[in-house]
Design a protein around this ligand. Structure first.
Ligand code: PAF
Length: 284
């Protein structure tokens, strides 16, 4: 069955209020569209955890820097709506930018600590834009649970922090990265890669896998784990943006992995002009 499409804030508010009155449990999957298996896995998980699933498709201008790819960001609303229907999504919210940021809009959400470092340093203002739109969506829908992919690992920590600090009371669920058969993390931005770049892009997941094996064979120093990823990036001629080992919750840099300490190895690199990210848990 086709998903119901809502386009205005008034429609969402009325729909969500009816749902709450009827005592339903709601799962929300916010997206920027151009949906892939990663998004669909979030929607299917949402179905298991709630009796109603909503998704939003909104390419949020506030999270793109002036030199970033807002106008080129891939879009396919028709394809997305049929994917939502096949994943059992009940409602898809597709707002205009002017609905989320009308004239006179002046409220932005800043998560100060976990937004630091990693993508936060390389993409100034990005997490402020993400935190602002996610806060708007959680406030509008008031879902019981909201699902996000772990591929955007820092984003997930930012969203957990704003949900905690602003007392939104939503269960924020991070789901494992969905990968292509060869290991490449699924991302809407993979659509930018040429066939040759697509092969080189594998260096991110291969590097993380090599670091994971090194850790399992007893190597706990950040420098060795990071170098394993860097070696792959160099061999594939990718330009590193960062490779860092951090505490899995606070995202502060670690010099080594201590027994029982959850750590995360994160990488961002340019493949041609396309910036790709990936990450992997280490230890814990
Ligand atoms: O991960 C994304 O697609 C976006 O950053 C999100 C969470 C939908 C906010 O625009």
């Amino acid at each position: 069955m086709a998903s119901q499409v809502l386009r205005t804030l008034a429609e969402v508010k009325a729909w969500a209020a009816d749902l709450r009155r009827a005592g339903h449990r709601l799962a929300l999957v916010p997206t920027m569209g151009f949906l892939h298996e990663g998004h669909l896995s979030l929607m299917r998980e949402g179905r298991k955890r709630a009796d109603v699933v909503a998704t939003s498709i909104f390419v949020n201008p506030a999270q793109f820097g002036p030199k970033e790819d807002l106008s080129r960001y891939p879009r396919d609303l028709e394809g997305d709506l049929s994917k939502c229907a096949s994943a059992g999504v009940d409602v898809v919210f597709v707002p205009e930018a002017g609905a989320m940021y009308p004239p006179g809009y002046e409220t932005y959400v800043e998560v100060t600590e976990v937004s630091k470092g990693l993508c936060g340093d390389r993409r100034p203002g990005h997490f402020r834009g993400v935190a602002t739109i996610v806060t708007q969506l959680l406030s509008l829908f008031r879902p019981d649970v909201a699902l996000f992919g772990e591929k955007d690992y820092q984003q997930l920590q930012v969203i957990k922090a704003l949900n905690r600090d602003l007392h939104l009371g939503v269960e924020i669920l991070g789901m494992p990265t969905v990968r292509e058969l060869d290991g490449l993390a699924m991302s809407s931005r993979n659509a930018y890669l040429s066939a040759e770049e697509r092969k080189r892009a594998l260096a991110l997941s291969i590097g993380l896998g090599t670091a994971q094996s090194l850790y399992r064979s007893g190597s706990t120093e950040a420098s060795a784990l990071i170098e394993a990823v860097r070696r792959e990036l160099r061999a594939a001629d990718l330009r590193e943006d960062y490779v860092e080992l951090v505490d899995a919750e606070r995202l502060t840099p670690l010099s080594s992995v201590q027994p029982g300490q959850p750590a995360r190895l994160l990488v961002a690199a340019f493949c041609g002009t396309t910036r790709l990210i990936d990450n992997q848990p280490i230890g814990g």
